[in-house]
Write a protein that binds this ligand. Structure first.
Ligand SMILES: *Cc1c(COP(=O)(O)O)cnc(C)c1O
Length: 394
């Protein structure tokens, strides 16, 4: 049973939205410990070890800042610590989350150019390179990209964005949102020369909502010394000063940090490469089911397929929201809704986080039964297609 459920339903709820994700029992048990004194001697030891360990997940040797906030807070921290009022940035309109980050930049007094896509692929790397080449005066201070666009199921190629910036010989900072990719899809903060990586707790990191992160390069740290956007709660400086001894400048979300400690252990014990391969495999099985049913995948560029979620387009005249409501009612499973211009056009299957083959088959089974119940025309047997793939690729 769920903690709060208006109607009693037996069996475990399937939380197959692309975040928050299912929280593993080991993480729940870790959080179920007494809160400790965050100024006491044990906390410093715990905090220092955790701040060190979390770097592996970002593939960085630099600082990782942890906020008691949702991902949106870490977006704001990335912008306000590195930029000044009136600064120009280049953002990429990959979907709804890119749109929200762009709106935030505007509200903060940043002037953001928005490179368009059709919401069916990742960031347009050629466009980024061209805009940077045109900016001979280096007025653009940062390039902002959402790594995995959770509204569309398209993953941008950050390695290619980095190469485009280098090819243009442009010194802009690179800010990347990995809220729905970190711990699910290969990501390399240092190797790809990312300056600020933004992350959140409730997706690939398998935690409840409530923590968010900035991984900070030396170049970003330097930019923060002269960045003039107002900031207080988000300021890296007092955070890093306290973090040096394992402490925080204000009360950290102690029990979520216990959970984070367990979640990072789980990721590192499985091995990050194995974690990524598991997500790739589940994503491919999902796409096979979707194609078998006869539906289009929202991502139209196979090189940009997301391994953490799949957005599925329903045929014209069929409501994705009605389908989701049917599946919730009959099978106690939540699926992601279409966001922004995709509202009611797509539904999203989250296959990230603490997730195994049988959970995927249960998820796809719920979708296939829901399609039938909701009267959406489809070719039955998508679940079989997924099982065939999983069995042949153990
Ligand atoms: C979920 C998500 C966000 C928003 O994070 P919140 O924790 O809801 O503030 C931002 N960007 C991406 C890519 C996301 O998936």
């Amino acid at each position: 049973m769920a903690y709060f459920q208006s109607k009693p339903v037996a069996g475990r709820h399937f939380l197959q939205i692309p975040g928050p994700t299912n929280v593993p029992d080991r993480v729940l048990r870790a959080m179920d410990n007494p809160t400790m004194d965050h100024r006491g001697p044990d906390f410093g030891l715990f905090g220092k070890a955790l701040l060190e360990k979390i770097r592996h997940v970002f593939k960085t040797t630099s600082h990782v800042v942890i906020y008691p906030a949702s991902g949106t807070g870490a977006w704001e921290a990335a912008l306000t610590n590195t930029l000044s009022p009136g600064d120009r940035v280049l953002m990429c309109e990959t979907g709804w989350f890119a749109h929200l980050w762009h709106e935030m930049a505007g509200r903060l007094g940043i002037v953001a150019d928005f490179v368009k896509t059709d919401w069916r692929r990742g960031a347009d790397v050629a466009q980024i390179e061209q805009r940077l080449r045109e900016d001979k005066a280096h007025a653009i201070k940062a390039v902002c990209v959402v790594h995995n666009e959770t509204s569309t199921g398209c993953t941008s190629r950050i390695d290619e964005v980095r190469r485009a910036m280098d090819a243009a010989g442009h010194p802009a900072l690179l800010l990347v949102d990995t809220i729905s990719s970190l711990g699910s899809i290969d990501y390399r903060h240092d190797e790809w020369g990312v300056d600020v990586t933004v992350a959140g707790s409730q997706k690939g990191l398998m935690l409840p909502p409530g923590l968010s992160f900035n991984a900070v390069s030396a170049k970003a740290l330097k930019a923060s010394e002269t960045a003039r956007l107002p900031r207080s709660f988000w300021d890296w400086k007092p955070m890093l000063a306290a973090n040096a001894t394992g402490y925080f400048p204000y009360t950290p979300a102690t029990n979520l940090l216990y959970g984070l400690d367990a979640a990072v252990d789980m990721l590192l014990e499985e091995g990050l490469d194995n974690v990524f391969a598991r997500h790739d495999r589940h994503a491919e099985a999902t796409r096979r089911a979707v194609r078998h049913w006869g539906f289009e995948i929202q991502c139209a560029e196979p090189r940009h397929y997301s391994s953490s979620l799949t957005a599925v387009r329903l045929p014209e005249g069929h409501s994705a929201n009605a389908l989701r409501a049917t599946i919730l009612e009959r099978h106690n499973m939540s699926l992601g809704n279409g966001l922004g211009q995709l509202n009611d056009r797509v539904f999203r299957i989250g296959h990230l986080g603490d997730f195994g083959d049988l959970q995927l088959i249960g998820t796809l089974g719920g979708v296939e039964m829901g399609l039938r119940a909701a009267g959406v025309p489809h070719q039955p047997g998508g679940v079989q297609a997924a099982m065939d793939y999983l069995s042949g690729n153990a």
